[in-house]
Each structure stands twice: as C-alpha cells, then as structure tokens.
Ligand binder design. Structure first.
Ligand code: VG1
Ligand code: CO
Length: 542
C-alpha cells in the first residue's frame, strides 16, 4: 500500500559539486531527506520495474536515510532495489553495480571527505544509468523540483534488515541486500595482474593502507590482505565507523598526517596510501616522497599500458581545469586526446561514454578510468601497485624519472576554509571585475598572458558551463586559479590553486612551497585574501 502525505519545500536543496551536502542536523529535520529523495524520484521517467542501486559510506544517519530511500523507490515503482550489506557501498562500487546490473540509476549516501557523526555532514547524490554522477541538467531539474514538491509517497512497509544478505519484498519491489565487495573485487581482477602484485608482496614489498575508518576498509582488507597476500595489518583503520573515529576522512597531508610521517620516517614502507570517506579519492606516498595528485594522474597515464586492463593503450586523458597540466605533456607525447573540464567528476561522464578518454583525474586526489563512472581510490592504488610490480622500481624513482622526461609541475592548493560567505563572494567578484585589466600586467618577473573565468563546452552533448573558476595564466606557463568550493557545509571555502612548470631537471629537487613562493605571495595580494577573509594563512595546504 502506498501512503501519500503532503509537504512543503525546503530552501537550499541545491546539489553542489557532488550532490546535496549539509550538516547532519539539517538532514535530520522531519521531511528533509524525504523531500529531496521525492524530488529525485519525480524527475525520473521509466522506472517501472527497473533496478535502483542504494548504498553509502556508513556515516551517521546512513541507515535511516536508506530506509527512506527504499520506501520511496518502491512507491515510485522500481522493481528491484539493490543495497550493500550494512548500507555500505563505496562510491566506485556503487557506480560499478549500476553498470553491471544495468540499473536505472543509484542513490549514494555520502558527504565524501567531510567529517561525520551527529555534528558532522551528510549527503545524498543521484547517479544515472552510466554509473556516473547526474549531469547538470539532471541536478538542475532535481533542484527545481525541490522548490515545488508538495507530496511524498512511501510504500508502507517495515524497515528492511540491512545486515542480512538476501531478498525482502517491499510492496512491488524486491530489496536485495548484497555483499558490497564481491562485484568490485571481480572488476579489479579483470584490470590488474593479481599474480604479479601477489609476487611483489611475497618478495617483501611493504605497504600501509589507511582506510581512515571509512568505507574502503572492507574492500582494502579483502583485496590487499585477502586476494593479494599483503601481511595482516597492512590495512589500518579498516572498520567503517559512523563518525570515522572523530577524524576528517580526507586523504591529504593534513588529515592523513600520521601516514605521511610514517612515509617520511626511516622505517617507511615502500608504499603508503589512503582513501577518503566514500572511497573515491586516493593518496599515494612513496618512501620519502609524496606524489601530488596531478603528478599521479600523469604517471598513471604514462604507465597504464603496463596493466592488463589498459594494455591496448589509452584513448585520452581528461583533467579538471585546476589540475596541473602534467598529464597534458603525457598526452602530447603519446599523441592521444586531452580535455580540460570544470571541477567535479560529472563532467567526465560524457567523454568516457564516448570513448574520447580512458583516464581522468582531479588535483583533489581523484583518479579513475572508464571501468566505472566515478573516481576510484582503490583502483588508483592497485594501478600503482601493478606498475610497481611491473617496473620493480620505487615510487620515488618512477616519479623522478617522470619529471626528467616530461618536466615537473610544482603544484599546491591553498584552502581558506569556512570563511564568511560575503567576504568570499566579494573576493571572487573583485577578481572577476579585475580580469579585463589583468592581461599584459607585470608582477615582478611574472607577466599575465591571459586571465578569464573558465567556461566549458561539452563536445559530446554541446552543453555549456560558465563561471567555473578565475584563471590567471602567466607567460611562463604558471597559473593561479581561484574558485569557491561546492562541497562545504559551513560558510565558504576559497580554493587557490598554484601551478608552475619547470623543465630543467636541475631544478626538480626543490621544496614545493619554496618553488612557488612568489606565486603564493602574489595569490594573496592579487585577490586581497586577508582583506576579504581576515585570513593571512590557509587552513589546509595540499
Ligand atoms: C571538491 C574537489 C573536486 C571533487 C569534489 C568531490 O569539490 O575540489 O575536485 O570532485 O570535491 O569529491 P569542491 O567544489 O569542494 O572544490 V568527493 O571525494 O566529495 O566525492
Ligand atoms: Co569522495
């Protein structure tokens, strides 16, 4: 039986870079989740009897939200609702399931790298039938619907036991609770040479993988310690916790500091790696050398052919605009496609579907390929492992050789988190206003060759996305980029991306912040960061 109740819209249910993200307390308001999920349902056509994939990163409120989604999806007419046991599905595993089951789409409950727990954040994201995040035209339609939604429809049924593998009937829908890891692991086995990686571990190769008490723990344990024979204890913080143990599950040098310190110590393992809340980001640190995500993308693109899943070569690479151009040099050398897209994985979907690119990446520690339509943290770690097993060189050797071949992009992102929105908006408006006059201006040795607000024309569906970030491009190839985060839940976060290309191998051993010092100072002056935000230093440097 379907129950229908009336509702009134909530303001601000606008999906950002990656779905709707708010404080848990916002989601806990009566009807808040329901309104958003109903708005998604109201935008879907042809769901009768179709399959929906549902899962999340295990954070606080995950289970409650999933029960609401199940009742509403059943009322919508979905015939099969596939849920990961315990409500767990990493974002890439959800993407894989949508594709494998030819599902209509999926709902991913996650606020990714944002902190969890009752005081933390929650999020809901809709993915379409290719397994990827809904494109802008879909998220725009969902947002429009949230502003008019007036009734909620639920299948009248008790909660589904999410911890028991098996099937339950909820109205006309069969709810299948499945093992969240098995299908994902099977996919990884088709891409990488597990025997070769097993031999690497057997030869004494040591690794530490920090799952940050988030969703990748079960995946990493099954694959690294199970299938690949890495010693027990290789995976740390491997149990997903609703509050991530009180940590920020963001694999960067600030929030994964313990791992970083280990990698820099005398007793460093050969590889240190980590993933984020929902398992789509990755951090790669070799003995004594942390690999900048933009470099990781370039190294993976240059070496992917060593893995069996990419042995036939890659068709192209796409990177988000703020990501350094290191991958562009690899693409140029290989004579393959290169695309520059706005921030957010949703912009890669069309390029991947059309076969124009095989590998994609973002400076924010996201790398992935055409195997799914999300970035994939464990995939990136396994590709690195497979390359290390094939080359039998260290991470540092591979990266240094890469720089020697292609040149080095010194790269850093400075985040000014949770600043007042008015100041952040004024700063961006000021920069946009200053753009026309910037061209040709000199700042010491730096001359502005071009300055604009990044716009993207999707070559596949012809859509246009404007105002995607202010770029100041210098004559020597250096760049300063400014944008406001679309994933935060408190105030505004200003992201400043600083990039400098250095060809000369004699200059490849500098400290990144030193190598960028003049650009960093200019980034603050030019935008008036202290004046607009009251901050003289960033809160996170990656
Ligand atoms: C950030 C990153 C972006 C990434 C997004 C989602 O967005 O910059 O590259 O795609 O998070 O990542 P923003 O708008 O805050 O800069 V995750 O791991 O949430 O799914
Ligand atoms: Co994530």
């Amino acid at each position: 039986m379907i129950n229908t109740v009336s509702t009134t819209p909530f303001e601000g249910q606008k999906p950002g870079t990656s779905g709707l993200r708010k404080k848990v307390s916002v989601f806990q308001q009566p009807r808040y989740v329901d309104n958003f999920v109903q708005s998604i349902m109201d935008c879907l056509d042809g769901t009768e009897g179709a399959t929906l994939v549902v899962g999340g990163d295990g954070r606080f409120f995950n289970r409650e939200a999933i029960q609401i989604v199940i009742r509403m999806a059943a009322a919508k007419g979905f015939g099969r609702i596939v849920v990961g046991r315990g409500g767990i599905l990493s974002t890439p595993a959800a993407s894989n399931l949508i594709r494998k089951l030819k599902a209509f789409g999926g709902i991913v409950l996650s606020a990714s790298h944002n902190p969890g727990g009752p005081e933390g954040d929650f999020g809901i994201k809709y993915n379409v039938g290719n397994g990827g995040p809904a494109p802008e035209k879909v998220t725009d339609a969902i947002y429009a619907r949230t502003q008019t939604v007036d009734r909620l429809a639920y299948e009248d049924a008790p909660d589904v036991d999410l911890d028991r593998i098996g099937e339950t009937q909820v109205g006309g829908a069969t709810v299948a609770v499945i093992d969240p890891v098995a299908d994902y692991q099977a996919l990884m086995e088709t891409l990488f040479d597990f025997d070769r990686i097993r031999a690497l571990f057997a030869s004494g190769f040591r690794m530490r993988f920090d799952a940050m008490s988030a969703v990748t723990g079960p995946y990493a344990k099954a694959i690294l310690e199970g299938a690949l024979g890495a010693p027990a204890g290789t995976v740390v913080n491997g149990t997903p916790l609703p509050d991530f143990g009180g940590h920020h599950p963001d694999p960067n040098l600030v929030h994964a500091k313990e791992l970083y310190d280990l990698a820099m110590s005398a007793d460093a393992p050969d590889l240190c790696a980590a993933s984020d809340g929902d398992g789509d980001r990755n951090l790669i640190i070799g003995k004594g050398l942390s690999v900048t995500p933009s470099d990781s993308l370039a190294v993976l693109a240059a070496n992917a052919h060593l893995a069996k899943g990419y042995a036939q070569g890659i068709s192209g690479v796409a990177r988000s605009m703020p990501t350094s151009a290191a991958a562009d040099r690899v693409a140029a050398a290989k004579g393959i496609n290169i695309f520059e897209t706005p921030t957010g994985w949703k912009f890669f979907g069309n390029l991947l579907d059309a076969g124009l690119v095989t590998i994609c990446g973002e400076e924010s520690a996201g790398t992935g390929s055409n195997h799914v339509r999300e970035k994939d943290g464990l995939w990136a770690v396994l590709l690195w492992l497979d390359i290390l097993a094939a080359r039998r060189e260290s991470v540092a050797q591979i990266v240094r050789e890469h720089w020697a071949t292609y040149g080095r992009n010194y790269y850093s992102r400075h985040d000014y988190e949770e600043v007042a929105s008015e100041g952040a908006n004024a700063l961006m408006a000021g920069l946009r206003g200053a753009l026309p006059a910037l061209k040709g201006k000199r700042f010491g040795a730096l001359e502005v060759a071009n300055a604009d607000d990044f716009a993207y024309h999707d070559p596949v569906d012809g859509s246009d996305s404007k105002n995607q970030g202010v770029r100041i491009l210098f004559a020597d190839g250096s760049r300063l980029i400014y944008r406001l985060s679309g994933t935060g839940t408190a105030g505004a976060t200003l992201r400043v991306y600083i990039d400098r290309y250095v060809a000369d191998p004699a200059q490849h051993g500098l400290d990144t912040q030193d190598a960028l010092a003049d650009l960093i100072a200019l980034s603050r002056d030019l935008a008036g960061i202290a004046r607009h935000t009251g901050r003289t230093e960033p809160s996170v440097i990656t």
